[in-house]
Design a binder for this molecule. Structure first.
Ligand code: AGP
Length: 606
């Protein structure tokens, strides 16, 4: 949930370090800090509350001199947002400094013991126990490495830790367990970070540290060892396929808009994923009992997939929100759990996968980040290839997941014999129309959607309604509206409305209805009856539908008419329109679009 970075070089590292945590700000941004060794007996720490730009200027981060430094941008879990709770945290003698991401579950016990032994704690964080533990063991062993390993062995919970010390000023010590941490190998410096975005301006060469391994990184070398055995571990250096330009805004005012605009490319990449990979996973979904899991957006995408499997794949899988997975999952060797995750680091989804593995189930994942924890732990993997998604809100990655899962569902249908190869190919052909139609929506409809968003920006309550496959799209769209605009929004099946929620409909509650195309006649008619129910109660209704013969029904207050496209493409295209509605609402309300309050890109805590 926080961003960790470390830089080690023969030259000054402060400016680079600040840039690294700036690049990681989407992981957390309530406070930040930098620690540096520069030859003296103590590690110098500067930190404060606020975003990186503001704190860095106030605390003059870039004036810190040194060749070895670590830095952190925080998203509070233990302890309020205060200067004291900001990372890095220091030992009593200020000779060790640590940054941490994760949660140390036995911190209270460790804190009591260390306090009894004379350690002085200055923060409320769980992290601070780590640095005092290392200090304690260093006094006993006089070896930084031994002290680090002994301290880590005492920790329970999840962690990614980077540590520097004045006793060994030419190396960064780091370790991970269920929290991400990678090493970057540059030409004139080496790096450690929560993810590659930190150092993407400098290198694409990375080394992954696995759970229960620790690493020592110097300016020109790195070594990895097992925490339990102390044995060295050999690990390949990987070359990331992304560059810094891909991770930058490229002229757009916000990453969210840039990423919405990247969807035509992303859909094509999803359609270009090797057929054999799709077939292999589809075969597994047929041979085993399938559960699809994700959380937040990826849960709604899992629900979308549930409909696609049910409509085209010949069987209805379970779709479980990964945060509730372990309370519901009944499975064994006959089961396959397919996880969906942009980051591949989401704690809830990782926990669901671990639980499934414990029960003997096979696991698979659709993930965007190569080398992420999820990508490495599952039996079968499909990499989305959507490129870096920087905005905290998932847009393009979610679109790609919908396309990939649709392909798998269609293929499962062919394998089961419930649809012919010809039908499956025809539906894939429909999907191929999506990129150019998204282009047209972006070019031709953005202005109108912006006008609606402005006109309705005084509204504090929205309902997003859809039936069948349009229902998960409605839920996902409501989540987008909530996350980015802080406006209350609920997504639900249109048919559910009359069972209670309809009592809320008045002129202060807007509704968005995702209308199926007329050729889905029964679905169209039944969706229209929900529209009538809302209209009868005086509510504003925004219809989102494809352009079809004749004028859109006059009953709607406003209609976003999307360019003509095959009926099968409708939900994907409607989702783009809803993304733009949320985006422009947030722009009108002057929200923090790429980093909405209280949210983090990668939720790596329980
Ligand atoms: C998406 O807009 C949200 N910020 C959030 O719901 C997200 O989808 C969820 O946390 C899962 O993340 P993941 O795809 O990285 O696993």
């Amino acid at each position: 949930m926080c961003g960790i970075a470390g830089v080690i070089s023969l030259g000054e590292v402060a400016e680079r370090l600040v840039k690294c945590i700036h690049n990681l700000e989407y992981r957390g941004y309530d406070s930040c800090g930098v620690a540096m060794v520069n030859g003296g007996p103590q590690v110098h720490v500067r930190k404060n509350i606020g975003a990186v730009g503001e704190v860095s200027e106030k605390e003059r981060f870039s004036t810190l001199s040194g060749h070895t430094g670590i830095a952190h941008t925080r998203w509070a879990t233990h302890g309020a947002v205060t200067k004291e709770n900001a990372h890095p945290h220091s030992s009593c003698g200020a000779d060790f400094s640590i940054t941490h991401n994760g949660i140390i579950s036995n911190h209270e016990r460790l804190r009591s013991r260390l306090s009894r032994d004379g350690h002085n704690f200055v923060s409320d964080t769980d992290t601070e126990v780590i640095v005092h533990l290392v200090e304690d063991y260093f006094k006993k062993t006089n070896s930084v490495e031994k002290a680090f390993v002994a301290a880590i062995r005492e920790l329970e919970g999840t962690y990614a830790v980077a540590m520097i010390t004045s006793h060994e000023p030419d190396r960064i010590f780091c370790v991970r367990k269920e929290s991400p941490l990678i090493i970057g190998l540059g030409a004139d410096a080496n790096y450690v970070a929560s993810d590659f975005n930190a150092f993407i301006d400098h290198t694409k060469r990375v080394v992954f540290i696995e759970d229960d391994e620790y690493a020592q990184v110097t300016h020109d070398s790195h070594s990895i060892k097992s925490i339990s055995t102390g044995e060295p571990v050999a690990r390949d250096v990987l070359e990331l396929p992304w560059d810094s330009e891909m991770a930058q805004k490229g002229g757009f005012p916000h990453y969210m808009l840039k990423e919405i605009y990247e969807q035509p490319i992303v859909v094509n990449s999803a359609l270009d994923i090797d057929e054999e990979r799709i077939r292999d996973l589809a075969r597994q979904t047929v041979e085993k009992t399938l559960t699809i899991t994700g959380v937040g957006t990826t849960f709604y995408i899992s629900q979308f997939a549930q409909y696609m499997f049910s409509l085209y794949g010949g069987a209805t899988p379970l779709a479980l929100s990964s945060d509730e997975f372990r309370h519901l999952a009944q499975m064994g060797k006959e089961s396959l759990v397919l996880a969906v995750s942009q980051s591949g680091e989401t704690y809830d989804t990782l926990t669901a996968l671990r639980h499934a593995q414990k029960l003997g189930a096979s696991t698979a994942a659709i993930v965007n980040v190569m080398g992420s924890s999820m990508a490495r732990m599952v039996d079968s993997l499909i990499l989305q290839g959507s490129g870096p998604e920087i905005c905290v809100l998932s847009t393009k990655a979610a679109m790609s997941q919908m396309i990939i899962l649709t392909r798998i569902a269609l293929e499962a249908g062919v394998i089961r014999g419930v649809i012919s190869r010809k039908v499956a190919n025809a539906r894939i052909k429909d999907l191929r129309v999506i990129p150019e139609t998204i282009e047209r929506i972006l070019n031709e409809k953005s202005g109108f959607i912006h006008t609606i968003a402005k006109a309705q920006s005084h509204i504090n309550h929205w309902l997003f309604l859809g039936r069948e496959r349009y229902y998960p799209v409605a839920r996902e769209s409501a989540l987008k509206m909530k996350e980015v605009s802080y406006v209350h929004a609920e997504g639900m099946p249109s048919g559910f409305l009359k069972h209670g929620t309809i009592a809320l409909i008045d002129e202060k509650m807007n509704s968005v209805v995702f209308m199926p195309p007329k050729e889905q006649k029964e679905l169209y008619d039944i969706s229209m009856s929900s529209v009538e129910e809302i209209r009868a109660r005086g509510g504003y209704i925004l219809g989102i539908m494809l352009e079809e013969k004749g004028k859109p029904p006059a009953i709607f207050s406003d209609v976003i008419t999307l360019p003509k496209a095959p009926a099968f493409a409708a939900p994907y295209l409607q989702m783009v329109a809803a993304q733009l509605l949320s985006y422009f609402t947030a722009v009108t309300l002057k929200r923090n679009i790429d980093r909405p309050r209280s949210l983090a890109k990668s939720v790596t805590v329980a």
